[in-house]
Design a protein around this ligand. Sequence first.
Ligand code: GAR
Length: 212
Amino acid sequence: MFRLGVIGSGSGTNFQAIASAIANGLLPGVEVAVVISDVKDARILERAEKMNVPAFYIDPGKYRTKLEPQIEQKYANTLNDYSVDLVVLAGFMRMVKHPLLSAYRGRIINIHPSLLPAFPGLASFRQAWEYGVKITGCTVHFVDEGMDTGPIIGQRAVPILNGDTPEDVHARIQVEEHILYPACIKAIAEGRVSVSGRHVAVDSPGDTVNVV
Ligand code: GAR
């Protein structure tokens, strides 16, 4: 099996979309091995428990936007304990640094609610709305040292319409996230993704979901 370790801070709808895709047979050979959160009462942990997926809260320590190295090591140890092949950040609101990045280099992916490189950082759907762009979307990318800077695996676009609130925009983006993330994971699990510098090639013969 190709084993996912999902890390998230919030409601966990992306985790749910991935778990549902697996339950519906859309990701053959893939399983969620473990879910970890830095937020004790995060909905993502509840959702995981309901689906009988091992779920852990790991105290994030004193920083707000990252983890101390010794705490990050605990995250890495838990992922190791569950023999994770791919780390899937799903609404994890902290930067990943070392030692996690070095332990899983090239094997950590993130979903971000904008068309990167536009609007990195927090509340990107709000940043896009405030800027007044007409098209935004979501991006799945490999994680590197920067903030939302790693090589892009897939993107999907949505319009920003007259009268939208930032929350309307986020809701529209999330519909696309729930399609894009499982599709990207499927492509990686099936060995159809290759990286050359910033360029990620996704081979999608016969795939109904176009991830690029
Ligand atoms: C998603 O929209 C994801 O793109 C965003 O958080 C939301 C989590 O939703 N991630 C970031 O902003 C990362 N900086 P979920 O918990 O329902 O999957």
